[in-house]
Design a protein around this ligand. Structure first.
Ligand SMILES: Cc1ccnc(-n2c(S)nc3sc(C)c(C)c3c2=O)c1
Ligand SMILES: [Fe+3]
Length: 324
């Protein structure tokens, strides 16, 4: 039977709140951890008032976004489009030898259907419509870093929160935070792949109402797959993680013989330490996205959650199943 669970009278606050329908995701708008305009002191744009003002402007646009609206179009400047072009040309040159086959299959479709080229930054709305046709994934604009819980919860609805600002032009090949290059070249192509979409949603479903410690484990699994995942294809190691596919240096390094490579195994991956600021000493290799999904589903079943959830694609809602 479907029993409503949440921080209501039946369960008190024993189960952390989680979204049940799309409009519930609008509550995330106010909850961003670091507002876009507060740049970390080591950020290349930290001392550039024009850049900071630009970040604040784009943040404000994202803040007004609500479910059902088209993603607002950003009028990028020549300087921003130029930075994009440098990143686009540099990374696309590496993909034939370094990117997984799914990424290599989708990129030409994005060039053809979503205006991916080295002249202008593509618009999220057009990409979101393309992804919806491919896998049902859609994109929402985000102001800054969402919490791991909120970010992972949205994957249960096949929703990806994307930034729209771009890194500072002084360092086109470095960013201490996600930016539109990372999102559009790293994450977007994989969300068009059915198996990867299924895998991503599995992590999202596992995160609904999960304890803080399980959220930390799922975020680490996310980190070593969606962000820094490697896979074996035709006997060769290829990259599928967005953090690799959007960083020249780390993409090269990850496929060199320097890092340690371990098989993806959620119970081990979930407790692996990872540095955010330098290259990973260890990467995990998935046999396939289907296999990785199965492993995550089994891992989720072992979590101490007194209920299970199911996504109803017709109503775009989460159904809670009582495990009593
Ligand atoms: C789990 C979770 C929740 C919110 N954001 C993330 N997330 C993502 S998707 N990509 C990047 S790229 C980068 C340099 C950072 C810091 C970062 C990041 O933090 C991950
Ligand atoms: Fe990312």
């Amino acid at each position: 039977d479907v029993r409503v669970i949440g921080s209501d009278s039946t369960t008190g606050d024993s189960v952390p709140w989680f979204p049940r329908k799309l409009t519930d995701l609008d509550t995330f708008a106010e909850k961003v951890m670091e507002m876009g305009e507060e740049l970390s002191s080591d950020h290349p744009g930290a001392h550039d008032p024009v850049y900071r003002a630009r970040r604040a402007e784009i943040t404000r646009i994202a803040k007004t976004y609500r479910t059902g609206q088209p993603v607002p179009e950003i009028e990028y400047t020549d300087e921003e489009n130029e930075t994009w072009g440098k990143v686009f040309r540099g990374l696309t040159a590496m993909y034939p030898t370094h990117a997984c086959r799914e990424h290599q299959y989708v990129l030409p479709l994005l060039i053809q259907n979503c205006g991916y080229n080295d002249k202008k930054i593509p618009q999220i709305e057009q990409i979101s419509r393309f992804l919806k046709d491919c896998t049902g994934f859609t994109i929402r604009p985000v102001m800054g870093l969402l919490s791991s819980r909120d970010f992972l919860n949205s994957f249960a609805f096949r929703i990806f929160y994307s930034t729209q600002y771009i890194r500072h032009s002084s360092k086109p090949f470095y960013t201490p935070e996600p930016d539109v290059c990372h999102e559009l070249l790293g994450h977007v192509p994989l969300f068009a792949d059915p198996d990867f979409a299924d895998f991503s949603q599995e992590i999202g479903l596992a995160s609904l109402g999960a304890s803080d410690e399980d959220i930390a484990k799922l975020a680490t699994i996310f980190w070593f797959t969606v962000e820094f995942g490697l896979c074996r294809q035709d006997g060769e190691i290829k990259a599928y993680g967005a953090g690799l596919l959007s960083s020249f240096g780390e993409l090269e390094y990850a496929l060199s013989d320097k890092p340690e490579l371990r098989p993806f195994d959620p119970s081990k991956t979930a407790v692996q330490k990872y540095p955010i600021t330098e290259f990973q000493p260890t990467y995990f290799v998935a046999e396939s996205f289907k296999d990785a999904q199965e492993k995550v589903r089994d891992f989720a079943a072992s979590m101490n959650r007194p209920f299970s959830v199911r996504y109803n694609a017709l109503t775009q809602t989460i159904e809670v199943l009582d495990n009593k």
